[in-house]
Design a protein around this ligand. Sequence first.
Ligand SMILES: [Zn+2]
Ligand SMILES: [Zn+2]
Length: 229
Amino acid sequence: MDAGSLASELSFSEQEKIKAILLSHGHYDHIRGVPAFAFNNPDQTTEIFATPQTLKILSSHLIDGVIYPKFTKKIPFFLEKPSLKFVALEPFVPVDIEGYQVLPLPVRHTINAVGFELTSKDGKKVFYSGDTGPGLSALWEHISPQLIIVEVTFPNRLENRAINSAHLCPKMLKKELIDFHRIKGCYPQVILFHLSPKLEEEIKKEVKEVSKELKLNIGIACEGEKIIV
Ligand SMILES: [Zn+2]
Ligand SMILES: [Zn+2]
């Protein structure tokens, strides 16, 4: 899910195991790993699942034949077969991807964006938000994840910036989680990502406060971490 550091953080053999890529939206920090991934894995065709708006951004601004080759086509003397295949998703229409049921859900952001609820064959559910502003609670009646992976980009003192750029700060996240508890009667496991690098320490302190107030263990994602649901 998302491809900001797909090619920079995963080894070549780890990248080879990737069968499908889900993109939440078309901002650069979520798609930039796609071309390098395509360069590294030319012998297979990897499916990229995203909304038509996100696929359009990818094909017109990144994999456009100018900045990078059009990896979705055969290219003489370079690609014997396309290394990428685009598959369009519609919000609220579930699809089966590699044995997982994937439900795309619209989230509020500055451009078209979706989050994904993934359901495994044994019924475990994870919700990944991508970038999102407030209003996640509108989704809670549609999904029932045991784990949510959600962004928190700014500290509370930059709440206005978070609102204007359709991101979350810990205070806003707290409200979404309280709504989750009100609707579901319990909290999900929570892992946060997308913290502004320069403001990480400040955000982490405020997340700890929210953890205490809600009596809920909120984790911060780190590279290489394995999470068991
Ligand atoms: Zn974004
Ligand atoms: Zn982002």
